[in-house]
Design a protein around this ligand. Structure first.
Ligand code: HXC
Length: 514
């Protein structure tokens, strides 16, 4: 064959492989409101940047008539490209080919592109849309999952790992996304569960819809498995692009700096905290009042909203924010908010992103539900994560910092580099009402008018402790600052911490309270 003939043979082969599962399967995919795997990759990556590999990989299965089946690309598309110039490795399962099920060669393609990502030290993005382990390939499918999970774990903290759930992600398949850093879900499209509705009906006799079991909203709001929730695939891709702009390519680099910008005028940090310490406010307005262009990318917005986490920039540099949210449960720490914050702190530490913590909380949430749900074990995670973190850590106490909450929210005792407090800060073992009831119990009980005595004692306690000056007198606060000076103090602290290097005791690894 001449070169011309060989080239047209290549084109014919490529065209056949690029058809995926064929027109009927593609129509079904589109009919269910989903893009095809290739369309997804092209929509997410920079135009013309996608380079596909292993297009001609074929499955090697023989049982159940598999030797008669041709599965183009074995149901997964892999390659490299870029997002806003940021290089990435990517794979997308093709549901039109055998339901995107994971057979031996399908898994080999995924693990190969994951190995590329690790070798090249660039992020890996996985788009999941699959019926799970390819049933006909038996233990080889399970082996494939095991190989992926192992690589997810090796890559953890080395390169960013992003999972996008754009269809079913069932059975053991869910554990790859669960091992990655950020999981994106889309309303009505994402379905994630260990055991499907059919099995639940057989074993437990219960009827449950896939949506209720493991739809996008469930994972964004209730389980916390998802970090970003979108209304459409395109919205999810925009969210990924925004996220990528905040994070570095790997753990040896810092996030790319952006031009410096000032916060928008409408977020004036002077006017946000109400004068009455019992009234709530939205701490995200304070974050927006502190950061460049007031741009804040919130993570896990719907899950455990009593704590707010996310990325922003200060003087062009990425910063991770952790802030109590007084609008929800007065901003208390509980099982879920501790998990949420601790994992984010570890992400920032792994990827050289400085942490800014904004404090306003009455402590850990009391009650039998929380105690039995393991608030001791889960609450310890946040202490562990902050104590372990060696990135620059800057804390601003806005209002309440009571009890364990004061310690946990990156106090000097957990090695914050700088702790600032607003004049509205109240740093104490507990709130004035609770404290007065305990330490002045006898006086209140024996008083002619116990209510008046209680009020007087609460006032006395407030005067002594409901301020930042006792903590400042011990040096636990570095500076009491006016709200308007906060951005300046934080950016200065970030600047002078830029070469921070802190050594921890040599060990294989710690034993965090997972
Ligand atoms: C082989 C599969 C498959 C699978 C789907 N297909 N899942 N083939 N192995 N796991 C095939 C179907 O036979 C069909 O092929 C095509 O993909 C499309 O599937 P449909 O059922 O027609 O699509 P839909 O109605 O949209 O339903 C999608 C689905 C359903 C909900 C995902 O297919 C389903 O329930 N699949 C099984 C899910 C599951 O239980 N997986 C195993 C989990 S156990 P044709 O040729 O007809 O087009 C597991 C263990 C892993 O994953 C453990 C790792 C640690």
């Amino acid at each position: 064959m001449s070169l011309k003939e060989k080239t047209s043979d290549l084109k014919r082969r490529m065209q056949s492989a690029l058809q995926g599962g064929g027109n009927k399967a593609i129509e079904k995919q589109k009919g269910s409101g989903k893009m095809t795997a290739r369309e997804r990759i092209l929509a997410l990556l920079d135009s013309s940047s996608f380079h596909e590999y292993d297009l001609f990989v074929e499955h090697a299965a023989k049982d159940f008539d598999m030797d008669k089946k041709h599965l183009p690309g074995d149901g997964v598309i892999t390659g490299t490209g870029s997002i806003s110039g940021h290089p990435v490795c990517i794979y997308a399962q093709d549901f039109t080919v055998a339901g995107g099920s994971l057979g031996f060669m399908h898994a080999k393609k995924i693990t190969k592109i994951m190995d590329h990502a690790m070798r090249l030290k660039v992020p890996i993005i996985g788009i999941n849309d699959s019926g799970g382990a390819r049933i006909q390939e038996g233990v080889n499918s399970l082996a494939g999952y095991g190989e992926i999970f192992y690589r997810n774990t090796q890559a953890s903290g080395v390169i960013p790992q992003i999972s996008v759930i754009l269809g079913p992600c069932a059975g053991g398949a869910v554990y790859s996304p669960a091992l990655t850093d950020f999981v994106f879900v889309v309303d009505k499209i994402s379905k994630m569960f260990i055991t499907g509705p059919e099995v639940i009906k057989t074993v437990l006799g219960e009827e449950i819809s896939m949506e209720n079991l493991g739809g996008a909203r469930v994972h964004a709001e209730t389980t916390g498995n998802a970090h970003f929730y979108a209304q459409s695939e395109h919205e999810a891709f925009d969210q990924i692009k925004q996220l990528m702009s905040f994070i570095p390519w790997n753990n040896k680099n810092r996030a790319k700096p952006f031009p410096k910008k000032t916060p928008k005028r409408k977020y004036n940090v002077d006017n946000i905290i109400p004068t009455d310490p019992k009234l709530p406010y939205d701490v995200r307005d304070i974050i927006r009042g502190l950061v460049d262009d007031s741009e804040f990318l919130e993570i896990q917005e719907l899950f455990a909203p009593n704590i707010v986490i996310g990325f922003a920039r200060m003087n062009g540099q990425t910063v991770g924010f952790v802030a109590n949210q007084p609008m929800v449960l007065a901003g208390v720490l509980d099982v879920d908010s501790s998990d949420k914050a601790a994992r984010f702190i570890r992400y920032c530490n792994a990827f050289n992103i400085p942490l800014v913590t904004l404090v306003d909380l009455p402590g850990y949430l009391p009650g039998i539900d929380q105690e039995h749900a393991g608030v001791i074990r889960h609450g310890a995670k946040i202490l562990y994560a902050y104590s372990e973190a060696t990135v620059p850590k800057i804390t601003v106490i806005l209002r309440k910092a009571y009890g364990g909450g004061y310690i946990a929210m990156c106090s000097h005792h957990l090695r914050a580099d700088f702790v600032f407090a607003w004049p509205t800060a109240e740093i104490a073992v507990m709130g004035p009402e609770g404290a007065a009831n305990i330490i002045f119990r006898k006086e209140i009980k024996n008083a002619e008018n116990p209510d008046e005595m209680r009020k007087a004692k609460v006032k006395e306690y407030k005067k002594k402790f409901a301020n930042p000056y006792v903590a400042a007198a011990y040096g636990y606060i570095d500076a009491v600052i006016e709200p308007v000076e906060t951005r300046h103090f934080i950016t200065h602290a970030l600047d002078i911490s830029s070469e921070k290097s802190e050594v921890r005791p040599e060990k294989k690894h710690g034993i965090p309270p997972f």
